[in-house]
Design a protein around this ligand. Structure first.
Ligand code: NOJ
Length: 749
């Protein structure tokens, strides 16, 4: 019976692979046939992406929006894609124009930043990653794709899989944190979610792994800044999440604004040709970032726009987003021989291939169904999923004296902080697809549980927090509001302070040099603390913050990020114990900006110390330890680890551990496995995550969790970029965070 089933499975898988291969061949044949009909100008046209006529997501587009020449370009087949056009009516209008009026009627592909939800907004990606729940993250991306495709879109510029160790960088909110292993798993889940089971279905989006590569390592955390990394970091830290996207069959890549070791990523043929399209055999296409081809002039890498276009095309950048270098200059470059026509053919073929895969040639309007658009946007099931994801993303940082969860009959609660009344900020920064003010605010969620509270806004945090395009103005001067907050706190039994950053304070172009609570919030918190120490701090923020004083003094701290549409409901359920927090940080929280970049998987120095003299690697005015480490997060219940076993099978290592819920609530735990390769031909980190499992245990219940370590987990990339597995001794640790756990060791032969 078992054998029969096995055979059936193998035959089914084989026939699936054969079908896939033949479908791919079929598409390749169609692409080649179409290419033969195309003029050079039309092929270059496929490589051009223009910003649409409504929103924009970078410096103002050329000639503003709606310029006549854009329509002419579209009608004459000089454009292959547009971004920032959405809504069935708008998409259909442009698609019809191109399909009916251009010579070959090649449909456009419509790109948009569908980052964490579309109409229904999910938590910011950094928050989602704190759930460590891959299925939930895949589902979140699936739903984002369902809604975005119902609005006519078929390509998302996500997932962002940049690793970052520097919370000053505003875009840490868009990634999965600091760890390459976890980020790779998350990347795969998100790609699968966006692309669905079959890209030709009418509810899928082609995904885009971005920003290739190094963007998250911007020097001093300042967006767009130069990146300098050595080979080991490039191969072992930055590249793996991108490679994971390839494993998940991601159809597009976006290159990056930054220079990597002196070469703009957009013009780097080593990255795009040698690694991505060579070594990794990527057969989708690469789009530039917004204007990044043109920006190679400012980098001092191209002498003019034409030169920039030539460099980018030769380096393997297939599509030009908003630089106008390809539309303006590529034809001339081919004619004079500075770009080979074969490269144009290759780029156009890649783009056409993805269009075929999406089924756009079968039906260019397959994403244009107004009935579906009405039915699916903000669908109640999507809200349910967003609530589930939001609850899983919350991280409990501190809970002294079990202040949380709150008793549902608790009287006399003070709620303080402008963010508590915000229904816009929880949507985060990347939420162009949704409508403003559509989040459930903290207060709205809280009200559903109890009337026993009073609210004071306290100090204004923001003078202006307008939109995606402009700076947030923080209130650093006007202290009015503090007195009222203090007065309320004085007469209350428990105080909930809702503090943090506005959703528009993280994201692109939003680096911060200070990582503390913006404006006068800390001052207000300290004043309130003087009259009432029974404080629950609910943080809303898009990055790790330096909350050293808060961590020392405030008894309970709940990290709620920007949780999206269902924010207030998720937080209220958590405060009142209907949701037991189980999230774990995926980025280290520093104590002070001076510790940044700070991350758990660092290389040991030759002088790790501590020793009695000064000659060891440390600060004289701050400890080396982070405030909260990677993988950290508490629960209302407790988990005990015991009985760790390590069995060396020669070709793999089996590690098992028993985890018991010893507390008073049912709850989930993320069991994490870390290794240390003790001696290698390249220094290896003091710890590296190599496995995790999220388990749910009823109170009193226990479970054995098993991990298998193989060459894949034990090897690393050497400084030639080769993956090697070296024999030797390893430490292994299994536990509740990167800091705490049971450990053992083994020898790999
Ligand atoms: C610039 C951002 O870096 C990129 O991530 C985004 O997809 C594009 N703008 C398009 O909006």
């Amino acid at each position: 019976m078992f054998k029969n089933n096995c055979l059936k499975f193998i035959l089914l898988s084989l026939s699936f692979i054969c079908l896939n291969v033949s479908a791919q061949k079929d598409i390749d044949t169609k692409v080649q046939k179409l290419l033969k009909k195309m003029t050079l100008e039309e092929k270059i046209g496929q490589m051009v992406q223009l910003n649409g006529f409504w929103d924009f997501t970078g410096p103002a587009p050329k000639d503003g929006d709606g310029a006549k020449w854009k329509y002419d370009a579209l009608k004459s087949g000089k454009v292959g894609s547009v971004l920032n056009v959405r809504g069935v009516k708008n998409v259909r209008q442009l698609q019809e124009m191109v399909v009916n009026e251009s010579r070959l009627g090649i449909p456009l592909i419509f790109g948009f930043d569908v980052i964490h939800g579309h109409k229904t907004v999910f938590p910011i990606p950094l928050a989602e990653s704190a759930s460590w729940d891959l299925d939930a993250m895949e589902n979140a991306a699936r739903i984002a794709a369902i809604e975005a495709s119902a609005e006519g879109l078929n390509w998302t510029f996500a997932p962002m899989v940049d690793i970052s160790r520097d919370a000053r960088w505003g875009r840490v909110m868009e990634g999965a944190g600091e760890d390459p292993y976890l980020a790779s798993e998350v990347a795969k889940a998100r790609v699968k979610g966006f692309q669905g089971k079959d890209l030709s279905d009418d509810n899928t989006l082609a995904a885009c792994a971005k920003h290739f590569v190094g963007y998250g390592f911007a020097e001093s955390g300042k967006d767009y800044n130069a990146v300098d990394v050595g080979t080991s970091t490039l191969y072992n830290v930055l590249l793996p999440p991108f490679q994971a996207c390839i494993d998940a069959n991601v159809r597009t890549f976006m290159n990056a604004f930054n220079t990597l070791n002196g070469i703009p990523a957009t013009g780097d043929d080593f990255l795009q040709r040698d690694i991505l399209k060579g070594k990794w055999n990527f057969d989708g296409f690469v789009v530039s970032d917004w204007g990044s081809i043109s920006e190679m002039q400012a980098h001092g890498f191209a002498k003019d726009l034409k030169d920039a276009g030539i460099i980018a095309a030769n380096a393997g950048c297939d599509m030009d987003m908003e630089s106008y270098a390809y539309v303006g200059h590529l034809k001339e470059a081919v004619e004079e021989g500075t770009v080979a026509e074969a490269l144009i053919d290759d780029a156009a073929a890649r783009i056409l291939k993805v269009k075929f895969e999406l089924g756009l040639f079968d039906d260019p309007y397959k994403y244009c169904d107004t009935k579906k658009e009405k039915e699916l946007l903000y669908h109640p099931d999507h809200k349910k999923a967003a609530l589930d994801m939001a609850k899983k993303s919350i991280v409990l940082l501190k809970n002294e004296g079990n202040l949380l969860p709150l008793d549902k009959k608790q009287k006399n609660i003070a709620i303080i902080g402008a963010l508590a009344d915000e229904d816009n900020s929880p949507l985060g920064n990347w939420r162009l697809g949704t409508d403003n003010n559509t989040a459930v605010s903290f207060l709205e969620g809280f009200k559903k549980y109890t009337d026993n509270y009073s609210y004071e806004k306290g100090v204004d945090i923001f003078l202006k927090a307008e939109d995606f395009l402009h700076e947030v103005e923080v209130n650093n001067t006007d202290k009015s509001g503090i007195d009222a907050a203090v007065a309320l706190a004085k007469k209350s039994e428990v105080v909930i302070m809702v503090l943090g950053e506005h959703g528009y304070q993280s994201g692109e172009g939003r680096s911060r040099a200070n990582l503390d609570l913006p404006g006068l919030q800390k001052k207000m918190l300290k004043e309130v603390y003087k009259v009432n120490k029974n404080i629950i701090l609910v943080l809303m923020n898009g990055r790790p913050l330096t909350i050293d004083w808060e961590a020392e003094n405030i008894p309970a701290i709940l990290e709620t990020w920007q949780l999206g549409t269902e924010s207030g409901n998720a937080i209220a359920e958590t405060l009142f114990g209907d949701n037991i927090p189980g999230g774990k940080l995926t980025m280290t929280f520093p104590r002070t900006e001076g510790q940044v970049p700070i991350y758990y998987n660092y290389l040991n120095t030759g002088r790790p110390g501590p020793i009695d003299l000064v000659f060891w690697s440390h600060y004289t005015d701050e400890t080396n330890a982070p405030l909260y480490p990677f993988g950290y997060g508490l629960s209302y219940t407790d988990f005990a680890y015991d009985n760790m076993k390590v069995v060396n099978n020669g070709n793999n290592i089996q590690v098992s551990v028993n985890v018991k819920n010893t507390g008073n609530y049912d709850g989930s735990e993320v069991v994490q496995l870390y290794i240390r390769d003790k001696v290698a031909s390249v220094s290896r980190p003091v710890k590296e995550l190599k496995g995790f499992e999220k388990i749910f245990l009823k109170k009193g219940e226990n479970k054995t969790v098993n991990f298998t370590l193989t060459e894949k987990e034990l090897g690393f990339y050497n400084n030639r970029g080769d993956f090697v597995v070296e024999p030797g001794d390893f430490d292994v640790m299994v536990g509740t965070s990167s800091l705490e756990g049971l450990s053992d060791s083994f020898e790999w032969k």
